[in-house]
Design a protein around this ligand. Structure first.
Ligand code: NAD
Length: 333
């Protein structure tokens, strides 16, 4: 009997390669997962007439937990992002992206251990935009007290739970006095409820500079949606790139785990890219389920494979295929 039924969305592009790899590793850890595979994304539009068929949302609502590969979003024109739709439909308001150095993963920095907490439901990502005549376009940035309070509180609670020392809020309240001003005001108010955790705020451009100058100064970052999107890729770059950056989208009841990276179409079907971002997303999922022992075993197996250096994908300086690296990790479990 399986202990958990979990929704698995293979996704577009490199999605099937990396989710297969993660599935193999999680299965080898033996926690008893039954995978309910549902299709979404560009690849299923012809079959279902939509990139987000109803059964995908139904499956996630039923199982409460999902592991997801990246989904392609056309740039400039075409359908709206399925990733954004999923987060909004399921009210997955917190996007959590931890970044830390892994052994032997090439990086310019040491001692990076940051968790990016990104608001996931509003801001410019609400996608409320339109043309004003032929030669101008307008996009509306929505920031609410409710969503800001929820995400800042989430960041402080995470800091407390993980024994972290500081929360830094990023904003551009000097220019966007209403929207970012509200976010900052709420962050300062919420911070008063957590006197045990240091709080600071930084203007987003200065925060970016400080992050590349001295990333070990930072601990938990809390950011509105768009800055969070950009800064989490920046942070992935601090520890070796998108190949090793995991993520989670968390709501009050439902959680969807996925790598930070996208569908990297040029590598689709090549069994070439790094599976670690998705495997580490699976590790976050196990911790969410309370399976700490299995999560630790997988982390140890990953570290052993990295240190041994024989089964690494191209981004880590090796020549192994996605499936070979996953098999090497699974073999240690
Ligand atoms: P991307 O993250 O797909 O790829 C950018 C580059 O990063 C790749 O070309 C590759 O060099 C590297 N990379 C990404 N994943 C890697 C891995 N696992 N191992 C090694 N290297 C890796 O970004 P993009 O090219 O801007 O976007 C492609 C598509 O993905 C777009 O349609 C975009 O909308 C979508 N996307 C989806 C998600 C999601 O599903 N959550 C997130 C980001 C982008």
């Amino acid at each position: 009997m399986s202990k958990y039924t979990i929704t698995l969305i293979p996704g577009d592009g490199i999605g099937p390669d990396v989710t297969n790899a993660a599935r193999k590793v999680l299965d080898a850890a033996g926690v008893g997962i039954e995978w309910e595979v549902v299709e979404a994304g560009e690849a299923v539009i012809e079959k279902y007439g939509t990139p987000l068929p109803d059964q995908v949302l139904e499956s996630i609502r039923r199982n409460k937990v999902a592991l997801k590969g990246p989904l392609t979003t056309p740039v400039g024109t075409g359908f709206r992002s399925v990733n954004v739709a999923l987060r909004k439909e399921l009210d997955l308001y917190a996007n959590v992206r931890p970044v830390r150095n892994l052994p032997r993963v090439p990086s310019r920095y040491e001692n990076v251990d940051i968790v990016v907490v990104r608001e996931n439901t509003e801001d410019l990502y609400a996608g409320i935009e339109h043309m004003v005549g032929k030669n101008a376009a307008e996009s509306i940035k929505i920031i609410t007290r409710e969503a800001s309070e929820r995400i800042v509180r989430f960041a402080f609670e995470l800091a407390r739970k993980e024994g972290r020392r500081k929360v830094t809020a990023g904003h551009k309240a000097n220019i966007m006095k209403c929207t970012d001003g509200l976010f900052l005001e709420v962050a300062r108010e919420v911070a008063k409820d957590y006197p045990d955790i240091e709080f600071e705020d930084r203007i987003i451009d200065a925060l970016c500079m400080k992050l590349v100058q001295s990333p070990s100064d930072f601990d938990v970052l809390v950011l509105p949606n768009l800055y969070g999107d950009i800064v989490s890729d920046l942070c992935a770059g601090l520890v070796g790139g998108l190949g090793v950056a995991p993520g989670a989208n968390i709501g009050d009841e439902i959680a969807v785990f996925e790598p930070v990276h996208g569908s990297a179409p040029k590598y689709a079907g090549m069994d070439k890219v790094d599976p670690l971002a998705t495997i580490l997303s699976g590790v976050m999922m196990l911790k969410h389920l309370g399976e700490f022992e299995a999560a630790d075993r997988i982390l140890k197996a990953i570290e052993e494979v990295l240190v041994e250096g024989k089964h690494l994908t191209y981004d880590l300086g090796g020549t192994a295929k996605t499936s070979e690296m996953a098999a090497a990790i699974a073999a240690r479990l």
